[in-house]
Design a protein around this ligand. Structure first.
Ligand SMILES: Nc1ncnc2c1ncn2[C@@H]1O[C@H](COP(=O)(O)OP(=O)(O)OP(=O)(O)O)[C@@H](O)[C@H]1O
Ligand SMILES: [Mg+2]
Length: 324
């Protein structure tokens, strides 16, 4: 196992109250495994991603949990030790490449610096910068370009080149293709896949469950700060257990069958004051239909259970009650 996250909770302490953005999230990622986090906007995907490299933006705080990278507890490391890990063992690519690129500096210098801060000597870093750009299909003469002289897709490829500098153990990619057209999107997905084939594990974030299904090994479904289902792509797509996962899959247009798209009714809750019990119950069609679930789904939080090997779900339909 490469990454093992246990019972992770993250709150944002805002002036208008405590936002319970992530609560009790547990999952793991194996070596060379691609795990994709899906869920509606605001479900906590980016917050989990930022916690893994300990860069939760203020006023956010990791309030509990454990994040182990190859047995090393990241939450116990000093800031200096963490800096050694970022960009080397764990790299990150964001939706907007300009979050990590400096607009005022040539991309070559930025690539070189990503390596020299970790002790690579300057000449070697320059050599390697050329190779990295070639790897992401950008001609090496672009080393002298500033980020604004490149297209959006090229900028994203540069940020992937930087992320690739040390063959990281883990790449965190938070919606890296959302702003790009489908063709460019595909080329970025190919690059991430090639990194995986070289041995890197991938933590990928998207709100598009069909994109998740294409390349990943496993899917993690988040709803309102909770992980509600986790399993292999096959388990999630062919046998979705949680009513929310089922609703997400039904909201994807299917070109071949022309089945009607069903939007999920209602809105995700305000995480300053999440619903009691299962956070999804106010929007859940099963809860609405099954009278006997009253007093359970709206009262008690379901625990995550292993429904079949490697397929986890937190929903009272499958047990998950503390009283069982
Ligand atoms: N800096 C912040 N201050 C206060 N609340 C925040 C902050 N960042 C995120 N949140 C809240 O935390 C929750 C989770 O946000 P997060 O950005 O992790 O969601 P997400 O799943 O990545 O959404 P999206 O798909 O829109 O990127 C949301 O309710 C959001 O409003
Ligand atoms: Mg996000």
């Amino acid at each position: 196992m490469l990454l093992d996250v246990k019972d992770l909770s993250i709150h944002y302490y805002t002036l208008s109250g405590v936002v319970r953005a992530v609560e009790g999230v547990t999952f793991s990622i194996d070596k060379k495994e691609w795990v994709t986090f899906v869920g509606e906007s605001g479900s906590g995907k980016s917050t989990v991603a930022s916690a893994i490299i300990r860069l939760v933006p203020p006023p956010g705080k990791i309030v509990s949990g454990q994040i182990m990278l190859e047995g090393k507890e990241l939450l116990k490391l000093s800031e200096e030790e963490m800096r050694q890990i970022r960009g080397k063992d764990i790299s990150m690519v964001f939706q907007d490449p300009m979050t990590s690129l400096d607009p005022l500096r040539k991309i070559g210098d930025q690539l070189v610096e990503a390596m020299t801060v970790h002790g690579v000597d300057e000449d070697e870093a320059k050599e390697r910068a050329k190779e990295l750009l070639e790897k992401v299909n950008i001609p090496p003469d672009r080393l002298d370009y500033y980020p604004h002289q490149l297209s959006g897709g090229q900028r994203q490829r540069v940020s992937i080149a930087i992320a690739m500098a040390f063959n990281p153990k883990l790449l965190i990619a938070d919606e890296p293709t959302t702003a790009l057209d489908v063709i460019v999107q595909d080329s970025i997905m190919d690059l991430i896949q090639s990194l995986k084939e070289e041995g890197t594990s991938i933590f990928f974030v998207t709100h598009d469950i069909s994109l998740a299904a294409e390349r990943s090994d496993k899917i993690a479904v988040m709803y309102a700060g909770k992980l509600v289902e986790f399993g292999t792509v096959e388990q999630i797509v062919e046998n979705p257990l949680h009513p929310y996962t089922q609703a997400l899959l039904n909201s994807v247009p299917d070109l071949w069958t022309e089945k009607p798209i069903k939007a999920i009714p209602g809105y995700p809750p305000d995480l300053r004051n999440p619903p009691r019990g299962c956070r999804f119950h106010p929007r859940c069609h099963v809860f609405a239909e099954k009278g006997e679930l009253k007093g359970l789904c709206d009262a008690e939080e379901p625990m995550m259970i292993e429904y079949e090997k490697g397929h986890f779900v937190a929903c009272h339909l499958y047990g998950g009650s503390r009283n069982e």
